[in-house]
Design a binder for this molecule. Sequence first.
Ligand SMILES: C[S@@+](CC[C@H](N)C(=O)[O-])C[C@H]1O[C@@H](n2cnc3c(N)ncnc32)[C@H](O)[C@@H]1O
Ligand SMILES: [Zn+2]
Ligand SMILES: [Zn+2]
Length: 597
Amino acid sequence: MFDIKDFLTQNPDIKDLLNTNEGEIADPYADSIIAGKNSYAYDAHTYHTKVPPQGIETLIKYYTKENDVVLDPFCGSGMTGLAAIRQKRNVILSDLSPAAVFIAKNFTTSFSAKEYREAIKEVLERLAELEKQLYLTQCEKCNELAIQNYTVWSYGLTCDKCDKEFILWDVARDEKPSYKESKILSTFNCPHCHGLIKKGKLKRTRLYPVQIGYKCCDKGLKDTVHQPKEYDFKKLQEIDKIKIDKWYPTNKFPIGVNTNQPINHGLDSVDKLYTHRALLALSEIWHACINHDNLEIRPLLLWTFTSLYQRVSVLSEFRFWGGSSNTANYNVPQIMNEQNVFRTFKRKSETIAYHLEETRKNSILRHISVRSATHLDHIPDKSLDYIFTDPPFGSNINYSEMNFLWESWLQAFTNNKNEAIVNKIQEKTIEDYQTLMTDSFKEMRRVLKDNSWLTIVFHNSSGKIWDSIREALYNAGFFISKAQIFDKQHGTFKMYVSDNAVGYDLILHCQKDILIKNSSVVISSVEEFVKEKIKQSDYTLNFIHVERTPETDFRKLYSEWIAHQIISNNINLSFDNFRNIVSKIIQHVKTQDSISL
Ligand SMILES: C[S@@+](CC[C@H](N)C(=O)[O-])C[C@H]1O[C@@H](n2cnc3c(N)ncnc32)[C@H](O)[C@@H]1O
Ligand SMILES: [Zn+2]
Ligand SMILES: [Zn+2]
């Protein structure tokens, strides 16, 4: 069988990547950095807070020459590696998480797209009978059998007034012709006692299948849907009786900030995140991939599997506009979308095949290993030409918890002792976080050539985290030469619908303090700063997926304000306080405008 631990540790000799060139770039990158998220490379495999590689490429090109060596010690999915390959630079990546290293290694592999497509086809053909066994339904329009794309499941809830059960989907679904206006109501009347109830507070009973979607005789764009019928219920009963004879992980979730969500719903081990049907399909696909005849392609096949992440689990929340998505938490939705695992696997493989076509083969060397950024023992002093990295930001994402799902399939787990996050369960405070970040920056300073640059991507809505990063950099012997906004063009889904999402990423360009020059930064008040900004450009935010009136993009303003302040000042102002101040300023400016009209 394919040995994942071997795969994770195979690397060239690090000395072969290094050179003796001197850094020559005197000034920080001057232009704005824009990088769209929609590329095959970006979409091929999901990861939390991915940085689009085009943006990194711009910087690598500016700060280094061909055959130089670039480091990212918090590499995540390895976007820095992808950018380096495209620019023909050698690259050293590392991350505390084996899942990240697995993803990054595959992201930076070049392989024939044709051979890959054939292997996927073969895997799926071998499992075609199983797909029928698991996913056939009877078309409501022509009575023929069709393979379903998905089944929607809804929890039954118990009314807190009359104690009777109802199915949330039946009662709270407010479906309109346009998906934009459709929603699941959060407050509604109990169908039994008619009392006004809130869905969030109610006790869950069990999941019920409520809708099946498929393509059959109707050639329209939309899936045909029907409520599960006798045929479907019988099928589900039969499926539940099938014994799973291939391996799948049964690891218990460790107690954690995010893992407590599924644990509280009784989903206390990884296998419980899947329906029996999905687990059957997944265990067969995993088996086919890990035992594929062509040894070389096994990692890429398994990577196609890991790219599914939460999409095929019970964490995949139903949305009226379709699809399924991944999140950086383990929230168990009340209404979920159970995807046909085979079809999702196939769809993901198509994106990966395009990505393989796009990623040119060239002779760069890459060294990718599991380790903490606080201990870069494998790299000699003053040997690297550039560092680009995107470290964890405070308590935003608990990587070791969120990677547990992947790592259970890989059977290789993060040692979270040095995980640089703020986390109650790990008993890590903001001070601990700052210490871990300081130690990491010290290591980066040690391995970086004296004239070379460190660029950090960062975002957080708490002024305290900004201050601790600034302190950590300073204490490690770096100074921030320039700070700017990283415009990813498209916000993430979360940004469009949620109020407490963090805003734009910031890019800090740093050098060793031995090179410090006198900077003349103008210090201004929030008021002066914001008035100047809104005079210069438009900060209106429009919403794509939801019906919502445009509003001021406070996050962009806040990010720009931090970029302005961080070079020389304490931030000491949270996003919420900033928003309050800015709202007042804008209101004030508007009233003045209307008076002067
Ligand atoms: C913001 S993510 C990087 C995402 C990456 N830029 C991408 O595009 O996929 C931060 C990463 O830091 C890792 N990490 C946390 N503590 C670490 C440590 N002490 N040493 C190395 N990596 C660590 C996490 O596992 C996570 O993958
Ligand atoms: Zn009731
Ligand atoms: Zn039909």
